[in-house]
Design a protein around this ligand. Structure first.
Ligand SMILES: [Mn+2]
Length: 420
């Protein structure tokens, strides 16, 4: 029996409306070490977006290294595999690669290349050993693939989809020649699949650009399990239970609060998928919203604040619930934030975000939420500018050109982050 723990989208170094998530990440990683021990895990697969940005703070790097040391101390035989996501700097992840390999930790940032510059599929293959030290499976540890990583594709096929397909196909070919009877084949990926459900806010960007959704046929039936990252909502892709997003362990946007935050434990027996189940990650910091649904009038929101529990003496600030207030204003309230902050004094939650809606133009128009620049995607800003300047909706050709430009900038710099 081989037990794999599949997790992804940690986003170490993340801040939510300017507030650090370090306490939550630390609690998650402590819990994860315990979970690995309790569940007798043989392999930890982390399917990308370890870090929230290409240039994470030192405290986030420390969390990662501390976790590796703690996991190895607790479960010395554990196989650890980390692949880069779109948020990670592939080169930065690769930097300690040789050092970590000496401790049995596999990190795949960039796609490895041979001397001829071609992708070296062999080096993406990692043998997975069970508790007795026997190789019972192979892992095709494929990181996030940027369009610039891909070989030129001839013909009519979409160059990104066809390029990614060729990379995976070459890894699977290499795996087939190495695989022995009874050995399973597992793959990782940090990508956006056809049929995957996307969250409202934090994942909107990846759809705005020209990033294409990949078809299930990328993964042949011979694969035992596919551990995906990128979507923060845990889900199997389409109806195929073998191909799965494990989801992020903490909510990375207020809208992700209702998601089940979890890891997936996968059991492989005699080369076959025996069982898989999700294990909930305990929530360190809660997210509250007032009112619980929609927007409330200022007086009503103030009354709701009065019903909030009081802050206990000695309570650790970093574990206080995050609060979003949603107020509908009939008229301008210049000192609104200050007024509400005063009301909140001595109450348990911390005000994280104040959302305001105002009446639409004309009496019949529906109320529209006021959004700050940081809540808008580049595409939305672009479209708003188009409406203003051209007095019409963005022409499709212009929208597509802007999307391509965005993707190009992100891939060229490896620094700008965004999306899931
Ligand atoms: Mn992510």
């Amino acid at each position: 029996m081989l037990r794999i723990l599949h997790t992804a989208d940690w986003h170490l170094g993340h801040t939510l409306h300017g507030v650090s998530r370090e306490v939550e990440h630390r609690a998650f990683l402590v819990w994860l070490v315990e979970c690995i021990a309790r569940e007798s895990i043989d392999v930890l697969l982390v399917a990308g977006d370890l870090f929230d940005s290409a240039n994470p703070p030192a405290s986030a790097m420390e969390l990662w290294y501390d976790f590796i040391a703690a996991a190895k101390a607790r479960a010395p035989a554990l196989n650890l595999i980390f692949v880069a996501g779109n948020h990670d700097s592939a080169a930065r992840l690769d930097a300690p690669c040789a050092l970590l390999r000496a401790f049995g930790v596999h990190v795949v940032g960039r796609l490895p290349r041979g001397e001829d510059g071609a992708i070296d599929a062999e080096r993406l293959l990692i043998p997975l050993r069970d508790a007795r030290g026997e190789t019972v499976a192979h892992c095709a540890a494929v990181p996030y693939i940027r369009p610039a990583d891909l070989p030129a594709v001839r013909g009519d096929a979409d160059p990104y989809i066809e390029g990614v397909r060729q990379v995976y196909a070459s890894v699977f070919r290499a795996a087939m020649s190495r695989r022995q009877l009874g050995q399973a084949l597992v793959a990782t990926g940090h990508l956006y699949m056809v049929d995957s459900a996307v969250s409202e806010l934090s994942e909107r960007r990846i759809l705005g650009g020209s990033q294409q959704a990949l078809p299930h046929t990328l993964f042949p039936r011979s694969l035992t399990y596919v551990a995906l990252g990128h979507m923060h909502l845990a889900q199997a892709v389409g109806a195929d239970e073998r191909i799965r997003y494990c989801g992020s362990p903490i909510p990375l946007a207020l809208d992700e609060e209702p998601y089940p935050h979890q890891v997936v434990v996968v059991e492989i027996d005699a080369g076959r998928l025996h069982r898989q189940r999700s294990v909930r990650v305990p929530r360190m910091v809660e997210i509250w919203r007032l009112p619980s649904d929609g927007y409330g009038r200022l007086e009503d929101v103030e009354a709701l604040i009065e019903s909030l529990p009081l802050l206990e003496v000695g309570r650790d600030d970093a574990t206080r619930p995050f609060l979003e207030l949603r107020v509908h204003l009939g008229q301008p309230e210049p000192a609104l934030r200050q007024r509400l902050a005063q009301r909140l004094e001595g109450r348990l939650p911390r005000l994280l975000k104040l959302s305001v809606s105002v009446p639409g133009p004309g009496d019949a128009a529906p109320a529209s939420p006021l959004r700050t620049l940081s809540e808008l995607s580049a595409e939305e800003v672009f479209e708003a500018r188009c409406r203003e300047q051209l007095q019409c909706e963005t022409p499709e050709a212009l929208r597509r050109a802007f999307g391509e430009l965005l993707v190009e900038i992100e891939n060229a710099t490896d620094v700008i982050s965004g999306g899931a």
